[in-house]
Design a protein around this ligand. Sequence first.
Ligand code: KG4
Ligand code: ZN
Length: 347
Amino acid sequence: MILQMTNKTIILGLESSCDETAAALVANGHEVLSSVVASQFDLHEKYGGVVPEIAARAHIENILPVIRAAFAEAKVTTEQIAAVAVAHCPGLTPALLIAVTAAKTLAWVWNKPLIAINHIHSHLQSAMLEHHADCFPAAALVVSGGHTSIYNCKSPLELELMGRTLDDAAGEAFDKVAMILKLPYPGGPSLEKLAARGDPRTIDFPRTYLDKNSLDFSFSGVKTAVLYYCRGQDMLGADRVPTMSEKEKADIAAGFQAAVVDVLVNKTMRAAQRINAPTVLLGGGVAANSRLREQLQDRCAADNRRLLVAAKKYCTDNAAMVAGLAYHKLKAGLTADLYLEALPHQA
Ligand code: KG4
Ligand code: ZN
């Protein structure tokens, strides 16, 4: 098999790690020719979270239409692509399996290299989709529904973990607090909307920094503080949320959001200072949050560092970030074989 690295190296990326079925065609790691995402919010709404088997069934139905749409939108033929890339870890195994099986089949039938992508690492690539030059070294925060991690990025392929959550991911905390406040699914965007009408100074929820030098996170405390605020310390009292005023609920949302964002921003800046990184990268679903984007931008500006943040449409799960990172793996000759497995944890 000949590796095609012409002046336009187009890669097909596939993604099905959670509840989004996605396909994208990206040239040279950063030029997005098409990015198609089929979401399943309506299927999981009544369960208040993603049900793996339901997600997998929907991925089976969506994967081929999404791939066809990506080719049609980009006006690219299958002969023009250099490789097929897929997020194979971490995620929900039954869900991951669908894109992994599709990618292996297409790579085999089309006789193209197969590239295995770590979903979390690809979230960072989404911050580089429109800025391909000069990103490194960088301190990077990946903040999503499943993960909250800080990396020392020396290149797209050299990511050193500096800190991670010891319990809930930040997005998971947003989703759970949204459930406590009985907001519509998915919780993160609903909570941000409500917080915009509240005052973040009314309720002072706890900020957990752990050890003074730690770059790890813990969000279970602030989530529990919201629960106690609404249900009482002993959890024996009535749920106050149904009788709360809109203003009180908005103040809770704003106070919670401010507490989470403060910790995320302070720890990311601490990491950037520690490795003296001129650039800060931000990616993952929670990176769509305006308060996080604005506060990190202000702190980077004050600290004379450049913030590269994923465009909002590339914050939540998509396949453009998968195809983007795959370009660097292809260039480095890091291809996978047809024994590639879907893994719930990181490879
Ligand atoms: O990256 P992503 O699509 O999936 C994972 O890899 O987990 O992230 C989804 C997470 C969810 O927890 C969702 O509530 C959160 O990102 N999220 C937000 C916002 N938009 C999505 N959290 C806070 N504010 C937002 N605007
Ligand atoms: Zn994700």
